[in-house]
Design a protein around this ligand. Structure first.
Ligand code: MIG
Length: 663
């Protein structure tokens, strides 16, 4: 930890991002300036300096040239000019003549102006001068990442089955609908391990209830799905429906477990269930109480959850709505001008996730009353932590799948994340690729994007191309929004191609899972930019659409429509493997340099690094049936050893030049 320097400014609210204690330093390195009453850090970037990190954020792997905000935001339009998404991950690495990492541990908004206001300046601004600043030096970005990851603690490990393919939609309304999805995959011989239950499985969107009408005998249904090797994964929303007679509400209300307004009364707002209260996850007792509620569903056989709307998302509060209605009423009968008209429109749109509401909500952080807006980024984190900690009590011997939408650094110890409401856009395939390494830098290893896109309508080609990247997402889930075109893979015309790609995923699971586990164990990244691996290669420094995945391979997916293939840069001699399916593939040795590679939609092309090998197994219809004894290696060396990690053990597998296992 000697290369990490900690500077404390003011009195920071404890975020729990960092594990262990490191002692404080008194002076900042000379290359960093601090001004604006300690709220503004600045650094003059060299012309070619690159800036990495920020976890879940728009734009490229190199974050330079935009302004970002670390602020958990419910925003389903991930366009390139957005400043924040659902996760708040205020860690960056500046890679230039001076190489260092910067973690601003602060639960309110942090602004990273990376050459936006001034093309040469990095300026980091916090709202109040109360934060912990960590400066991490090292010889390489990977060394800095490793130090940072040691600082924030080991990442959550998901159950093995969660590396299987998972199908979701908002919503499969009834148990019949869910069964027809299972049947659709199984009868098409397409592997799958999980189907998701979005908000409509509940009774009136009440957390920890199940609609009797749409899911009669839920427990039996969960059991029946299990017998088909399918895990059902229900959603849990942050807001608790305010309804007399609903015990989660009445218990929370009577025990004072909900967030309050400034007068100490329960704070109410509206989300899917209508009027809701928000559990005060910054209060240990309240968090424990809510966490234990997951037992209602685990008792019915559920072993996976996704936590949603936990930024927290607020559609409106009564107070703000009343104000808006009054304002609008004031226009009645008047001949309003165009600007008033737009103002009127913005009044309504501005009701959601408003600063006024976050500023009117209070936590009781074990005795300390704190306004929500000061600690906004910790809400989803603590909701998810409460579930994770409860699981240890509820089912100490079981590994339960858990991932969240909102997050802050530190939450990676408790769960994974998905990257929220993307769209069925070609640009979002690339965004999916580019977020993976940034998320890994911040400790989020079990992660993925909604494949085929959440909002808007997907097409067969888009779904196929996205799937060719999706098979490498640790969290491999196809999910789509209410009202969008069906996009389950078995519905498409070229089922055989989708089947081949899904099967390839299952053939690769032992590799993907092993590399995932090793990356966690070694505080390493599972997905690395080429710039991190090939430090001396000038071209590799700027490759934004290829990644090194684990120790053995490089991926370079196609992310443009109607493309016959793509240009790929090989930073070293590599073995190109062209998969048509899990069993059909051919290999070709390729030399370092630029190549145009033809990649029809039927093919997945990957590259094995010099001296490495890729283990593959026979595909299975679900993870329970993956048979490690069918393992062979595709080798780009003369035989060697591979460290295989399974849920139970780590073992060394020896293989020969042809890829056969010798011991
Ligand atoms: O306001 O539960 O990101 O995955 O399907 C939308 C419905 C609420 C947002 C989640 C999305 C989910 C949807 N939810």
């Amino acid at each position: 930890m000697d290369k990490i320097k900690k500077y404390t400014v003011g009195k920071p609210f404890p975020t729990n991002a960092v594990v262990g204690k490191i002692s404080e330093c008194t002076s900042l390195p000379s290359y960093i300036n601090i001004s604006g009453e300690n709220r503004v850090l600045s650094y003059e970037m060299g012309k070619l300096d690159k800036v990495y990190g920020l976890g879940e954020a728009v734009r490229g792997i190199n974050k330079r040239g935009w302004i970002y905000e670390s602020y958990c935001s419910d925003d389903p339009m991930h366009t390139e000019t957005k400043r924040s998404l659902y996760g708040a991950h205020p860690f960056i690495i500046i890679d230039g003549e001076t190489l260092f990492g910067l973690f601003v541990d602060y639960p309110d908004k942090v602004t990273f102006d990376i050459g936006y206001s001034d093309i040469d300046m990095l300026t980091v601004t916090v709202k109040t001068a109360d934060y912990d600043l960590y400066i991490i030096e090292g010889d390489t970005p990977l060394e800095i990442v490793a130090s940072f990851r040691r600082l924030i603690g080991k990442s959550y490990i998901t159950p093995y089955w969660a590396f299987g393919f998972q199908q979701s939609r908002w919503s499969y309304y009834t148990s019949k609908d869910v069964q027809s999805i299972i049947d659709g995959y199984r009868s098409s011989d397409m592997p799958i391990d999980a189907v998701y239950l979005d908000i409509d499985y509940m009774d009136s969107f009440k957390d920890f209830t199940v609609s009797e009408e749409r899911f009669p005998d839920f427990e039996e249904f969960v059991r029946s799905a299990k017998s088909q090797h399918i895990h059902l994964v229900p959603i849990i929303d942050a807001g608790v429906k305010a309804e007399d007679g609903y015990t989660v509400y009445t218990e929370g209300r009577d025990n004072g477990y909900f967030c309050k307004d400034k007068d100490g009364n329960d704070f109410y707002a509206a989300v899917w269930p209508g009027k809701v209260c928000f559990p005060d996850f910054l209060n240990t007792e309240a968090a424990h109480w809510f966490g234990m509620k997951y037992k209602i569903l685990t008792d019915m056989g559920i072993d996976g959850f996704w936590n949603d709307m936990n930024e927290p998302a607020i559609f409106y509060s009564e107070k703000q709505l009343d104000k808006a209605i009054d304002k609008i009423a004031g226009y009645k009968g008047k001949n309003i001008g165009i600007y008033d008209y737009f103002g009127l429109k913005d009044t309504v749109l501005g009701l959601s996730n408003s600063a006024e509401d976050y500023g009117a909500m209070y936590h009781n952080a074990d005795g300390e009353i704190v306004c929500h807006d000061k600690v906004h980024n910790l809400y989803g984190f603590n909701m998810t932590k409460s579930a994770s900690e409860a699981f240890k009590e509820i089912a100490p011997d079981k590994n339960i799948l858990l991932f969240s939408r909102a997050s802050y650094i530190g939450m990676h110890r408790y769960s994974g994340i998905w990257t929220g409401d993307n769209q069925s856009w070609w640009s979002h395939i690339k965004l999916n690729l580019q977020m993976l390494p940034s998320l890994n830098m911040c400790g989020f290893m079990y992660t993925g994007a909604d494949l085929s896109g959440f909002g808007d309508n997907s097409t067969e080609e888009l779904s196929l191309r996205w799937l060719a990247l999706g098979i490498f997402n640790p969290l491999m889930r196809n999910h789509s929004a209410l009202g969008t075109k069906d996009q389950e893979y078995f519905r498409y015309k070229n089922k055989d191609i989708f089947r081949n790609l899904l099967r390839l995923r299952y053939a690769l699971i032992p590799y993907l899972y092993s590399e995932y586990r090793k990356a966690i164990e070694n505080d390493d990244m599972m997905f690395k930019p080429l710039a991190f691996v090939y430090r001396d290669d000038k071209t590799a420094q700027f490759v934004e659409d290829q990644l090194i995945l684990g120790d053995s391979i490089m991926i370079a997916p196609v992310y443009e429509p109607n493309a016959p293939g793509r240009y790929v840069y090989l930073p070293e001699n590599m073995l190109m493997v062209r998969f048509k399916s899990d069993t059909e593939y051919d290999c070709e040795s390729m030399t370092k340099g630029h190549h145009f590679i033809e990649i029809p939609v039927t093919d997945v092309v990957i590259f094995i690094r010099d001296g490495q090998a890729l283990p593959i197994v026979k595909a299975a219809m679900h993870t329970d049936d993956i048979d490690l004894s069918t393992m062979t290696f595709i080798t780009n060396n003369n035989g060697g050893e591979y460290e295989l990690v399974t849920e139970e053990e780590t073992k060394t597998v020896k293989y020969d030049r042809t890829g056969d296992i010798c011991s």
